[in-house]
Structures are given as structure tokens and as C-alpha cells.
Design a protein around this ligand. Structure first.
Ligand code: SAM
Length: 346
């Protein structure tokens, strides 16, 4: 069944309303019909969006300098397999992937072959580095509307239209803790918090690197960001209607890094660092990686310099993307946070 029909049927069965988080789960991840679970191109110039590993090898080769400290890497949500391919070229380590989309898992298997171990669930007592690049933004969010008359959960009604109900339980509690001026609409990432707690519980020793676009809480719920951060991506164009093409395009929300930090700390982990992507990559030595390429050969150098510009520029990914590292049993500072660590802003 197509995603739209599948979702409309579920709304009807549920009595005319489902939470937005359930809509996002069905639109993105439902086996067979969800955006990530179906055969659309998604990544790269011919797809809907370009992630840092899809730009070229520079991101992976730089990140490898941080990951070299770990004997084992577990990548979550590996997409086309581009990052894994570069890390495997650069590092000598065990490489594991946990991917929720069986369609993408097949693509990754075809690209990476037997060098990778594919997991179906988090292993117990993992020791090593866990990397999630642009995974947290794909985890379904709840949508909340703060009104003069109370706090409402925004869900989806018949015909795929927004429909509000009084917020309840954990969502109400989380929304009450966020001081915003009504009327105000935004997302609350309850499932992303649970996801990180689960990762922390599975980590015996090592670090989790969450790399994504987002903000600390005071910027996320800034009075001026009064309609939230939900965004859909279709063929390199972004728009704000999550119901336009269910199953046919990406729907994302920015990441509340303060909420992830609290969740990790509650689960017993330490925050090892938080920095902009630009600062993190500079600390890891992106300029040295650039210098290793053939500067004399303009034809080869120009595309690599263009990657650096995209990864580092404040107008591109440099400032909006952040790197959060959470850990257990790690002594000494991590390379990527030697300067410009902004943990105090979380
Ligand atoms: C935006 S893509 C990013 C892909 C890749 N990391 C990159 O940077 O190009 C999101 C990826 O995360 C996967 N994914 C979403 N939720 C996940 C979860 N809870 N655990 C593991 N993978 C997940 C998707 O199937 C997809 O591969």
C-alpha cells in the first residue's frame, strides 16, 4: 500500500487522529512504503539532499583522525554507505552498521561487502565509537502548540490535516518545562531522547558522536522561532508542509542538543564535548587533510576545496551542524574538542 493510503487508513482506525510522531514514523520508516524504507534515490546530486559524507571524502578522512582512537566503530543509519567506505579505507578497525531501513541495508551491503558486520539491534556492552551522522533529525518528533488556553499536542486528522488535542503525560510534562511565549508551535523530541538513552545503556566504554543540525535549548525555543523547525526535503528544495508527499520525501526536525545531553546524563554518561561542525573538523586537522591533497593540480584540488567550503562555512554546514560527544570510561580530551568546546551553552 502507498504511504498516503496506509496513513489515512491508520488515522481512520484510530478514530480520526494520530500523533504527528506516528505520522512521521509511517511517512519515513514504515517497511515497504516509508521514505527511507523504499527505493527512492534520496542521497546525492540526483536525490533529495546531500549530507557531509556525500560531498566527497574530506569529511570522512577528517573524522577518521578522531575515530582512530577507537578499535571498533558502530555507524548508525549509514545511508548510501559513503562514510563507511572512507573510514574503512582510512582506518584499520572493526566496522559495524545498525541501519533501520532494509532497503538501505541492502545498498550498503552491496557497496561495502564483507568488511562490515550488520546488526539488527544494539549490542550489549559495546566498546568503541558510535557515530550517527544526520540520524537524530530523522527520528520522529512530537509537535506541541502552546496557546493562551493551554498546551496542545498537534496530530494528524482525516485528509492529512493538523488537528490539536490537549497534551498529556510525558509530552505535557516536557512541554511545560519549555518556557515559550504563546502562541508558539515547535517540536519535542521525546523519541530522540529515548534513542540516546538506549545507546548510552548499550555502551560499556567509549564515545557516541551525534552529528546533526540543531541548537542548544535557548536557541531552539527562541521566541522568534515560533513555528518550529519541521522541514521537508524534495529534490534539493526545502519546504514546510510535512503532508505534501508522505513517503515520497524527507521530513526532518532540528535537534535539541540540550535535551539529548540531559537524556545521556540521566542514563549515566558524561558529555565529552559539544562544538560546531567547523570547529570540530578544524580541531581534527581538516587543514592537514587538505594539505595532503595535490594543491598543484588545480583540477583535483578545486573540488576538495569546495567540500571544505561547504563543511566549514558558517553560511553552509559549519555553524548550523554540531557535534555532540557522549561517553563512558574515556579519559583525556577528545581531539575534536581541544578548542572551542561549547558544552557550557547546552
Ligand atoms: C538522513 S539519512 C543519513 C545517512 C548517512 N548517515 C549520511 O550522513 O549520509 C538517515 C539515515 O538514518 C537511518 N535511520 C533512521 N532512524 C534510524 C535509527 N533509529 N537507527 C538507525 N538508523 C536510522 C535512515 O534509514 C538513513 O540511513
Amino acid at each position: 500500500m502507498q504511504a498516503r493510503a496506509r496513513i489515512l487508513a491508520e488515522i481512520e482506525q484510530a478514530g480520526g487522529w494520530i500523533p504527528f510522531a506516528r505520522y512521521m514514523q509511517l511517512a519515513l520508516h514504515e517497511p515497504g512504503s516509508g521514505y527511507y524504507a523504499s527505493g527512492a534515490r534520496k542521497f546525492g546530486p540526483e536525490g533529495d539532499f546531500v549530507t557531509a559524507p556525500e560531498l566527497g571524502k574530506l569529511f570522512g578522512r577528517t573524522l577518521a583522525r578522531q575515530l582512530a582512537a577507537f578499535p571498533r566503530i558502530l555507524e548508525l543509519g549509514a545511508g548510501s554507505g559513503a562514510l563507511a567506505e572512507v573510514l574503512l579505507e582510512t582506518l584499520d578497525c572493526d566496522y559495524l552498521i545498525l541501519e533501520t531501513s532494509s532497503e538501505l541495508k541492502e545498498r550498503q551491503r552491496a557497496r561495502l561487502g564483507s568488511r562490515v558486520t550488520f546488526l539488527d539491534a544494539m549490542p550489549a556492552d559495546f566498546r568503541g565509537a558510535i557515530v550517527a551522522n544526520e540520524v537524530a533529525d530523522a527520528i520522529p518528533v512530537h509537535v506541541v502548540s502552546w496557546q493562551e488556553g493551554g498546551i496542545f499536542e498537534r496530530g494528524v486528522g482525516p485528509g492529512l490535516a493538523w488537528a490539536d488535542r490537549p497534551a498529556q503525560g510525558e509530552l505535557l510534562e516536557a512541554a511545560r518545562a519549555i518556557p515559550v511565549p504563546a502562541p508558539y508551535v515547535s517540536e519535542v523530541g521525546l523519541l530522540a531522547r529515548a534513542w540516546l538513552r538506549h545507546l548510552v545503556e548499550s555502551l560499556a566504554e567509549g564515545a557516541i558522536f551525534v552529528i546533526d543540525y540543531g541548537f542548544p535549548r535557548h536557541e531552539y525555543y527562541h521566541p522568534q522561532r515560533s513555528s518550529g523547525t519541521l522541514m521537508s526535503h524534495f529534490r534539493h528544495r526545502s519546504h514546510a508542509d510535512p503532508f505534501a508527499r508522505p513517503g515520497g520525501e524527507d521530513v526532518t526536525a532540528h535537534v535539541d542538543f540540550s535535551a539529548l545531553t540531559r537524556a545521556a546524563q540521566d542514563a549515566g554518561a558524561e558529555v565529552l564535548g559539544y562544538a560546531t561542525q567547523a570547529q570540530f573538523l578544524v580541531n581534527c586537522g581538516i587543514t592537514e587533510v587538505l594539505a595532503e591533497s595535490n594543491v598543484e593540480n588545480a583540477l583535483r584540488y578545486a573540488p576538495i576545496a569546495a567540500q571544505a567550503q561547504k563543511l566549514l562555512s558558517p553560511a553552509e554546514m559549519g555553524e548550523l551542524f554540531k557535534v555532540l560527544a557522549i561517553g563512558r570510561g574515556i579519559t583525556g580530551p577528545l581531539l575534536g574538542f581541544t578548542r572551542g568546546n561549547r558544552v557550557h551553552t547546552l
